[in-house]
Design a protein around this ligand. Structure first.
Ligand code: SF4
Length: 119
């Protein structure tokens, strides 16, 4: 490599190229997360044994949350969207849940494992 300093246009071109390369993985992650959310099947309480065992419902207002209430929030406020086991998805109204790998649950859902989100 030459000891000559790079001229400004060459330096700018290198910066642009490196900036573009750095953005590619981030863009791929965003695109992958969005695509991933759309591909996840929703948990079906009618057929999913884990959902049945945990009494998962897609509409928390239909569950007897008071009977299985956990500390941290009033039973009426306990939903998947504020549960410690949820992970946000790009898809409105849905979240991922670590208890249902590879599936999505309703953000307004609930199950007996609800635990207040940490932090
Ligand atoms: S563990 Fe939490 S996020 Fe998962 S289904 Fe139950 S209430 Fe919803």
């Amino acid at each position: 490599m030459s000891d000559k300093p790079m001229n400004k246009s060459r330096r700018d071109a290198v910066k642009t190229m490196l900036g573009g390369l750095a953005a590619v993985p981030v863009m791929n992650l965003v695109a992958t997360a969005a695509a991933y959310a759309q591909e996840l099947p929703a948990v079906d309480p009618a057929t999913d044994p884990t959902a049945q065992a945990l009494k998962y419902v897609a509409d928390a207002t239909t569950a007897d949350r008071a009977a299985a209430a956990r500390p941290g929030l009033a039973p009426g406020e306990q939903v998947c969207n504020n549960c410690n086991f949820h992970q946000p998805l790009e898809e409105d109204g849905w979240v991922a849940c670590t208890l249902f790998p590879g599936k999505k649950v309703a953000a307004a859902g609930w199950c007996t494992s609800w635990t207040l989100q940490a932090g």
